[in-house]
Design a protein around this ligand. Structure first.
Ligand code: CO
Ligand code: CO
Length: 326
């Protein structure tokens, strides 16, 4: 979005805009005339897996994620679908919709309508509207020096999905990939609200490092990542050793971020995964040291994968990648 706007002036014409274009956040937030904070977002993409049910569910989970990243609760969704009507069997479209609708139902999010056009390549996603309590609102700009960086979910969906397309993904890897893609960030966001966390984003196409660096940038801080604390999906590390499993977009992520990195370890496969573009990834939170262990414990108790993977530091935008001290 940012590149698209270029030099166009970003002016807001109402006082109600709480998080607007200029914030470059996960979703927009506007105050309705009645006083509610509405969260609005749109996301759609091309298939990442062959299974239409999983793809539909992943598209919904991914679209809902930006609402959760703002601390919001989804209310309603509209679908956007570009369908190759000639090639795509109607049964597959139904399976895709079923996956999506099951996921929306799990999120207590009502599908109200949408729009479909014919296209050469399948694209599918949702615009989601939610509400957020003003006190629960999380933005990218609220990290403080000393805050710990907490990640939910594991990384590696890009590498695993690429391996699946090449036919070299194990059953274990495929199950983990599908589960991760379809998992909602709802519980993690709810727990973050309970802990009064103020700063979050979700991990998607720019990879773990891209989105972590974005938090640091918007918060005008530097960041240390404890590379060996970053949880990986099963088989992801072995697959990342083979360059053929690198997802499209990985090198672009790398070129974009590398200049701002200082890397204190030598592990090409791990680096690949840190740059790996994610689909329907987990949430990244900046958390006060005083509550971070209780927060991670509560996430873990409620069945979430949660790890402290870094620390925000005073200073210019720069990221250090290091093995943790312990
Ligand atoms: Co996002
Ligand atoms: Co998005």
């Amino acid at each position: 979005m940012a590149q698209l706007l270029g030099e166009l002036p970003i002016a807001t014409s109402t006082d109600g805009v709480v998080v607007g274009l200029a914030a470059f956040d996960d979703a927009g937030v506007i105050q309705s005339p009645r006083g509610d904070y509405l969260v609005q977002t749109l996301d759609f993409f091309t298939p990442i897996v062959d299974d239409p049910y999983v793809f539909g569910a992943a598209a919904a989970a991914n679209s809902l994620s930006d609402v959760y990243a703002m601390g919001g609760v989804p209310l309603s969704a509209l679908t956007i679908a570009c369908l190759p009507i000639q090639e795509l069997p109607a049964s597959m479209v139904r399976e895709m919709m079923k996956g999506a609708m099951d996921k929306l139902k799990e999120a207590h999010c009502e599908l109200l309508g949408g729009h479909t056009i014919q296209d050469k390549e399948l694209k599918f996603g949702f615009s989601v509207t939610g509400i957020v309590e003003p006190t629960a609102l999380m933005t990218k700009a609220k990290a403080k020096a000393g805050d710990q960086l907490v990640l939910t979910k594991r990384i590696g969906t890009g590498v695993l999905a690429t391996a699946a397309k090449r036919g070299v993904l194990s059953k274990e890897g495929e199950d983990a990939l599908h589960e991760s893609l379809m998992k909602l960030n709802a519980t993690a966001a709810k727990i973050a609200t309970d802990f009064h966390i103020q700063c979050a984003t979700d991990v998607t196409g720019f990879g773990l490092l891209g989105h972590a660096l974005d938090l640091a940038k918007q918060s005008q801080l530097g960041l240390s990542i404890f590379s060996d604390k970053v949880p990986l999906l099963p088989t992801a590390y072995e697959l990342a050793l083979d360059k053929k499993n690198q997802a499209g977009g990985l090198n672009r992520n790398r070129l974009f971020i590398e200049a701002k990195l200082s890397i204190e370890f030598d592990d090409e496969a791990l680096l690949t995964l840190l740059f790996d573009p994610q689909t329907s990834g987990g949430l990244l939170f900046a958390v006060r040291t005083a509550v971070v262990f209780d927060f991670v414990q509560e996430l873990t108790n409620r069945g979430e994968t949660a790890n402290i993977i870094g620390e925000f530091v005073e200073g210019d935008l720069q990221m250090t990648l290091q093995k943790s001290a312990s």
